[in-house]
Design a protein around this ligand. Structure first.
Ligand code: CA
Ligand code: CA
Ligand code: CA
Length: 393
């Protein structure tokens, strides 16, 4: 039986990739596969590609934009553009957070002028993020091997912010916070999932303790959808930065942000947003990525600091997943990420693989335990020679 493996990597270069191999088999059993060699992952077409002419501009860190309204930030951005003889129509989006900034269409000459402006921090190219997803739709079972492995508890009243492809708002096994959910996709204001990846991640964190489906690590938690990936698993680096900025100003200390995605390069603006948000007491679980490479090559997994947990993947036998990124200069902990059963679009359930699935196990534990999250055992055959501790309640 061929099983899926989906993986999401967040590359800082603003490209996410997924493999594409969709299978739906309603009669399939729900036994987890111990192998991660089926359904080989690959880079999705377009992942990491430059979005021509589009740039992310952060304000100088001395500018306090965190408490400013988006309207006010947009006015400030427009003023910066005008001061540098750039037409206001260049402005695409603005964001608060730490650092705040904006997304704009710019020429090389305009960038040169902007970089000299003391109110500007960093100017980065915007990039495509594309996920390769591979999954098998299957039948549910109440307590999956992976949730049993890390431990679980009651997440009622706790909040996880899921930066991903959205969440299936109608799924009977999920408690979605529709009021605070947002889309950061340009031209699409719905935070509902049309891809399946975000719904799968959300279920691992907080599927309800009821008579159906599965049990999440922190069952019943409030799940906020911050949508940055479209139906095909594609998005932009600038959307991830905007979503994080929104969470920075709306989440509370003790809340958890899950980032099962990444760029295929480094983004200083994204890393700064992660580090400054975590410094506010908001806990952040981040997928290490699925490139079989050092995790320090990619944002936001490379971001380090208190309250930041970069997560590698293991299988049901505690073996380090063949696809997982590694390196304890940035990786903090391992969690199950091979053949993981969770919620899927339209009230269904599916099996996916990737560090994308490992991070939300840690997100659930962080909701329950915060900094007191423990570990149990270590990853076997960890390629960097320092076995990662396996996250546990
Ligand atoms: Ca359930
Ligand atoms: Ca780290
Ligand atoms: Ca390691």
């Amino acid at each position: 039986m061929r099983l899926s493996r989906s993986f999401l990597l967040l590359a800082v270069s603003v490209i996410l990739f997924f493999t594409s191999c969709k299978k739906e088999n309603k009669n399939q059993g729900s036994q987890p596969a111990s192998s991660d060699t089926t359904c080989v992952t690959g880079h999705a077409v377009g992942d990491g590609a430059i979005i021509r002419g589009q740039y992310i501009v952060s304000y100088n860190s001395s500018m306090d934009t965190r408490s400013m309204s988006l309207q006010r930030i947009a006015e400030t951005s427009t003023k910066i553009l005008e001061n540098n003889l750039i037409k206001a129509s260049a402005l695409q989006q603005s964001f608060a957070g730490e650092p705040g900034g904006f997304v704009a269409k710019l020429t090389d000459e305009e960038i040169t002028r902007l970089k000299k402006d003391p109110s500007v921090g960093i100017v980065e190219r915007d990039r495509v993020i594309a996920l390769g997803i591979c999954f098998t739709v299957t039948s549910p079972r109440l307590i999956t091997w992976s949730v049993k492995r890390v431990g679980y508890g009651d997440g009622t009243g706790k909040t996880a912010w899921v930066i991903d492809s959205g969440i299936d708002f109608g799924h009977p096994d999920l408690n979605v916070d529709s009021v605070r959910s947002r889309s950061f996709l340009s031209g699409n204001s719905s935070p509902r999932d049309e891809n399946g990846h975000g719904t799968h991640v959300a279920g691992i964190i907080g599927a309800k303790n009821n008579s159906i489906g599965i049990l999440g690590v922190a069952s019943g938690a409030n799940l906020v959808s911050l949508r940055v990936l479209d139906a095909n698993g594609n998005g932009a680096l600038s959307s991830i930065i905007q979503a994080l900025a929104y969470a920075n100003t709306n989440a509370r200390a003790g809340d958890v942000i899950n980032m099962s995605l990444g760029a295929d390069t480094v983004s200083q603006i994204l890393d700064q947003q992660v580090e400054n948000t975590a410094a506010r007491g908001i806990l952040i679980a981040i997928a290490a990525g699925n490139d079989k490479l050092p995790a320090h090559n990619f944002s936001p997994g490379r971001a380090n600091g208190t309250n930041i947990y970069t997560v590698s993947a293991i299988d049901s036998l505690d073996r380090f997943a063949s696809f997982s990124n590694y390196g304890n200069d940035v990786v903090d902990v391992a969690a199950p990420g091979v053949s993981i059963l969770s919620t899927y679009l339209n009230g269904r359930y599916a099996i996916m693989s990737g560090t994308s699935m490992a991070a939300p196990h840690v997100a659930g534990l962080l909701l329950l335990r915060g900094k007191n999250m423990s570990s149990s055992g270590t990853a076997k055959n960890d390629p960097d020679g320092t076995p990662d501790p396996i996250a546990h309640y």
